[in-house]
Write a protein that binds this ligand. Structure first.
Ligand code: ADP
Length: 478
């Protein structure tokens, strides 16, 4: 590549890498340069024209005052300033200067103008050898006589040259001031944007993998409406990112805890099954009559495990928003479900007297009857399992504020306020009922919560010693 090519490339590279403020300032300078050039050329042209016209007028005035005088007296022409003044006799188209004329050594160019002037006034610009340009006016005095005046244009040219010089200097100074001041002003104006870029760099240098915090924000004020708008949008975007990060971190934590709890829960029945299997093998050889009992234990643990796995699967599917959701809503009557659940409870838990209160009219919902039955069964099972035998259980179904309200109340020992806050968490148990006979999995209320949410409803607990009520609100079918 040639030297010039390399130079152009280097400058182009530097230009591309330069800051926006610098670029804008130089752009402004380039535009100003064009404007200055146009303005300069116009003023010079106008000035030149004006001076020429003035010279023409001076020539004309001088000749107009001389002509009558010359006609009468045939006197010598008047010498004005440093002009040439001459009277020519034009005979057969040839001009001959008359005595008393002031003329340069080479008369020919002027004589030619005089020859033209016999028919009328003539203005010409003539170049005289060694003397430069002259503005020449010739006019007929009378037949065959012509008055000619030639004024040097050197003064005019030097005036115009001075103007050009002054303009070039003034424009260059203005250009320099414009570029330097413009660069400063633009840099100042663009500082808020640089600050925002700094904030973005700051964020980029943070490792956001394990954190939910994004403490940096674009600070500062002012910079104009657009900058203000950009700053607000930028900070809003950071808030969104922060909340998404927090949500992601929370979801990850929940998932990690869920997986750990699920493994832990599954390990307990598996350990029991292995233990009972060993006992079964021993009993098969030594105490045949014990075999059935061990087999029954294995069956019970397996049943417990399959309930756990079913619940886990259901929760996972509810979380995942699958293409095939675990809830298949249809138009259904909630009172029918309540009656069926109450009947099953009475048959299965004769130790707990149950009362059911339902409205006379059906309570129509758009919901999955199987899943709502599961909700009621879980609440009723808790009312039986976590209360002493003989505790009363009341179920009521009602309609209020466009919602179906189902309450399951028991007269058991109640749940402490701290436990109430966590009761719908997965694997949460008030006392570790895993160790108790028939202890649950800690997923019953989590399943209730997720299913009710999936149906667009809410669930809450109110409890004091002697009275615990779970209330489920579900939207009525339109
Ligand atoms: P579990 O399988 O242990 O029943 P749940 O999620 O259904 O799991 O319930 C969580 C915990 O809430 C239970 O371990 C129990 O201690 C408490 N609980 C639930 N319902 C009642 C109730 N009606 N009365 C007292 N405690 C309750």
């Amino acid at each position: 590549m040639s030297r010039a090519g390399r130079w152009v490339r280097r400058w182009y590279g530097a230009w591309r890498a330069s800051r926006l403020g610098t670029r804008l300032a130089f752009g402004l300078g380039a535009v100003s340069l064009v404007v200055f050039a146009i303005v300069g050329a116009l003023t010079v042209e106008l000035m030149h024209d004006y001076l020429n016209r003035r010279l023409d007028e001076q020539l004309k005035t001088s000749q107009v005052t001389q002509v009558p005088h010359l006609r009468e007296s045939k006197d010598n022409p008047e010498v004005v300033y440093s002009w040439y003044s001459a009277v020519f006799e034009v005979r057969q188209g040839v001009a001959v200067p008359q005595p008393g004329s002031t003329l340069p050594a080479d008369v020919r160019p002027l004589a030619k103008v005089a020859e033209e002037a016999t028919r009328g006034d003539v203005f010409r610009t003539v170049y005289l050898h060694d003397q430069g340009s002259y503005r020449v006016r010739a006019c007929p005095v009378d037949a065959g006589t012509v008055l000619l005046s030639a004024a040097p244009q050197a003064d005019l040219d030097s005036t115009v040259q001075q103007l050009v010089l002054i303009e070039v200097v003034a424009f260059l100074v203005a250009l320099a001031i414009l570029v330097i001041a413009g660069r400063l002003v633009l840099r100042r104006g663009l500082r808020p944007l640089s600050d925002m870029a700094g904030t973005a760099h700051d964020i980029a240098s943070h490792d956001l993998t394990g954190t939910a915090n994004l403490p940096v924000r674009a600070s500062g004020t002012g910079g104009g409406a657009e900058v203000e708008e950009l700053r607000t949008a930028f900070n809003l975007m950071l808030s969104h990112i922060e909340s998404s990060l927090a949500a992601r971190t929370a979801a990850n934590d929940r998932l990690r805890r869920f997986v750990a709890d699920a493994s832990h829960e599954l390990r307990t029945p598996l350990t029991s099954i292995r233990g009972y299997a060993d006992l079964f093998r021993y009993a098969a050889a030594n105490e045949p009559e014990e075999r059935e009992a061990h087999l029954e234990k294995i069956r019970a643990e397996t049943a417990r495990m399959s309930v756990l796995v079913d619940d886990l699967l259901l929760l996972a599917r509810l979380d995942a928003n699958d293409a095939e959701p675990p809830v298949r809503p249809q138009r259904m009557d909630l009172t029918e479900i309540a009656v069926a659940a109450a009947d099953a409870f009475r048959a299965g838990r004769p130790g707990h007297p149950l009362t059911l209160e339902i409205p006379d009219d059906p309570v129509m919902l758009h919901a999955d009857p199987v899943r709502l039955r599961q909700v009621l069964d879980n609440l009723l099972a808790n009312a039986a399992v976590h209360t002493p035998a003989g505790t009363r259980v009341d179920v009521t179904v009602a309609v209020a504020d466009g919602m179906a309200v189902t309450r399951v109340t028991d007269g058991g020992p109640g749940i402490s306020p701290e436990a109430q806050e966590r009761i719908f968490d997965r694997f949460y148990r008030v006392d570790d009922s895993r160790t108790r006979a028939g202890g649950g999995t800690g997923l019953g209320l989590a399943v209730v919560h997720s299913l009710v949410l999936e149906h667009g409803g809410t669930v809450a607990v109110e409890s004091e010693p002697g009275r615990t009520t779970f209330t489920v609100w579900l939207p009525l079918s339109a």
